[in-house]
Design a protein around this ligand. Structure first.
Ligand SMILES: [Fe+2]
Length: 257
């Protein structure tokens, strides 16, 4: 499986704090059946001052340590970008750490505040789409507005955003409302990817194997594979296939937007 969202790089956000934490997370990821993980530290001006060049450098150094330690995990550089008007300057100065590419669009893992869906977010997203940047919205099921009414995320899906659910939400580890919202998003066919958002072994481990098993129960093997392997694989390899929000290859999705 391929994990498109996790926080293993040491000491640059609220994930792994030391290299030993990073290696523990990497070993746990391999044990959970993950062979490739995109490092997505928070990119949040004023709070976590990370950008593409620094993340790339740290990620390459981490890969060398993994090889030295004989831990069979491929790591790629990415980032979890907090939504704000700062994104415009970051795009213009080539500072955004994209997590991959899909059907001619660079994919940005985009984080909303947990409390609400930001006013004006649609304008920023339209601006990104005109530049062939497609947001993959991180864990919408944990957003309070979306938990209150799942239809609140619909305009973003219609606009051409992809949605990433967090495995722990599906497993109920973020509470009932997040779990029910995750299931409602899957039911509507809006989920593109399931990832771990792993931060540490104790409270937020990389348990994609458990999420996979839950997805099999919910929608069968093919859904589980699409969300944890096929679509993430297309993103990291810069796949040509267009995908619908549910991760199914589709010619129609190429017309987005
Ligand atoms: Fe995250």
């Amino acid at each position: 499986m391929i994990d498109l969202h996790c926080h293993y790089l040491p000491g640059i956000d609220d994930g792994a704090q030391t290299l030993s934490d990073s290696l523990d997370l990497a070993r746990a990821a391999v044990d959970a059946g993950i062979h490739t993980a995109v490092m997505t530290p928070h990119v949040h001006p004023g709070r976590y001052e990370n950008s593409a060049p620094t993340i790339r450098k740290l990620c390459a150094a981490f890969q060398r340590v993994l090889e030295h330690q004989e831990i069979p995990l491929q790591v790629r550089a990415g980032g979890e970008v907090r939504i704000s008007s700062d994104i415009i300057a970051m795009v213009e100065h080539d500072q955004v750490p994209f997590i991959g590419e899909l059907a001619g669009y660079r994919i940005m893992l985009l984080e909303f505040p947990h409390s609400h869906l930001l006013l004006g977010a649609d304008k920023l997203i339209k601006w990104l789409l005109t530049r062939h940047i497609r947001p993959l919205i991180a864990h919408p099921e944990r957003n309070k507005d979306v938990m209150r009414n799942v239809e609140k995320i619909a305009p973003f899906v219609q606009m051409g955003c992809l949605l990433q659910l967090t495995g722990a939400s599906i497993l109920g580890q973020f509470g009932k409302p997040a779990q029910q919202t995750a299931l409602a998003i899957i039911e509507r066919g809006w989920a593109s990817v399931v990832a771990t958002d792993a931060h540490n072994l104790r409270h937020r481990p990389p348990n994609l194997d458990l999420a996979y098993a839950a997805l099999v129960e919910i929608g069968g093997e093919s859904l589980a594979r699409q969300l944890t392997d096929t679509t993430p694989g297309l993103v990291v390899s810069g796949g040509d296939a267009a995908v619908t929000p549910h991760g199914q290859p589709s010619a129609a999705a190429a017309q987005h937007p």
